[in-house]
Write a protein that binds this ligand. Structure first.
Ligand SMILES: [Ca+2]
Ligand SMILES: [Ca+2]
Length: 277
């Protein structure tokens, strides 16, 4: 750029500046320049601000708003008043048995009894003592009595009964002896018939009787060691002891005798001598 150009530019700038200053001194504004209408129609200026108006009437009630969100849980209310008593409910199940209660108080003392008579206490004590002994014996004999209840037979001199327990010959002997008797010894026809009838009517087939040849083979004796002199009632063909093992005697329901093994077990008949009055 030439120096002339620069000079021309600076002059233009100065002129512009002077122009603007002229406008400002005249109180003119570019934006407030009068429009063509200002010149043609009268301008109406707004009046001063009026006084505040009176407060209006309250408006009509607005519409219900939308249902809001669920609020937080409230505090627990106070305890209400006690209600009326309800009706009686159904009976519950039966409870368990309770514990035994404590012992009650001692009762009142009774009245004085009548005067007793003088007794022979020593005699009564003796009777009571004998009763105790009898009861003890009775208890021991309960099993024995159970068998006796099944039936008992008797003659003028003796009692007979079938012990319904299966025992071998020696056990049978012992059983009768410790009870004060013996294994039955039918020493005559009357007694033999009585025992036979007893056995058959009781429905048994065979029983041990008090006869054996344990001491000497073939020499039969009663259990009181008396020999069979006056009476015996062997079954036909008996006694027969082919193997030497039949040393004890059984009575069959027919009343007949047979020698048989002593180790066999069966019911048996005891006899007891009646006490003389
Ligand atoms: Ca024999
Ligand atoms: Ca035989």
């Amino acid at each position: 750029m030439s120096a002339f150009g620069v000079l021309l530019r600076s002059n233009q700038f100065i002129l512009l500046l002077l122009f603007l200053l002229q406008i400002q001194s005249l109180g003119l504004d570019i934006d407030s320049r009068p429009t063509p209408e200002v010149c043609t129609t009268p301008t109406i200026s707004p009046g001063p601000k009026g006084d505040d108006g009176e407060k209006g009437d309250p408006g009509e009630e607005g519409k219900d708003g939308k249902v809001g969100r669920k609020g937080p849980k409230g505090l627990k209310g106070e305890l209400g008043d006690r209600g009326d008593q309800g009706s009686i409910g159904k009976s519950g199940p039966m409870g368990q048995k309770g514990d035994k209660g404590e012992k009650g108080l001692l009762g009142m003392r009774g009245g004085k009894g009548k005067a007793g008579t003088i007794c022979d206490c020593g005699r009564y004590r003796k009777v009571v003592g004998q009763l105790d002994i009898s009861v003890a014996r009775l208890k021991k004999s309960m099993k024995f009595v159970k068998n006796v209840i099944a039936g008992i037979r008797e003659t003028e001199e003796k009692f007979y009964y079938i012990v319904q327990e299966e025992k071998n010959y020696r056990e049978s002997l012992t059983h009768c002896r410790i009870r004060g008797g013996m294994l039955a010894m039918p020493k005559d026809e009357t007694v033999n018939n009585l025992i036979a009838d007893y056995v058959s009517k009781s429905g048994f087939f065979r029983v041990f009787i008090g006869v054996n040849d344990l001491e000497r083979e073939g020499q039969f004796v009663f259990t009181d060691n008396t020999p069979l002199q006056n009476y015996s009632n062997w079954k036909d063909g008996e006694p027969s002891d082919p193997y030497g093992q039949e040393d004890c005697v059984e009575m069959l329901s027919s009343g007949r005798w047979n020698d048989t093994g002593c180790h066999l077990t069966m019911y048996f008949v005891c006899e007891f001598v009646k006490k003389k009055k």
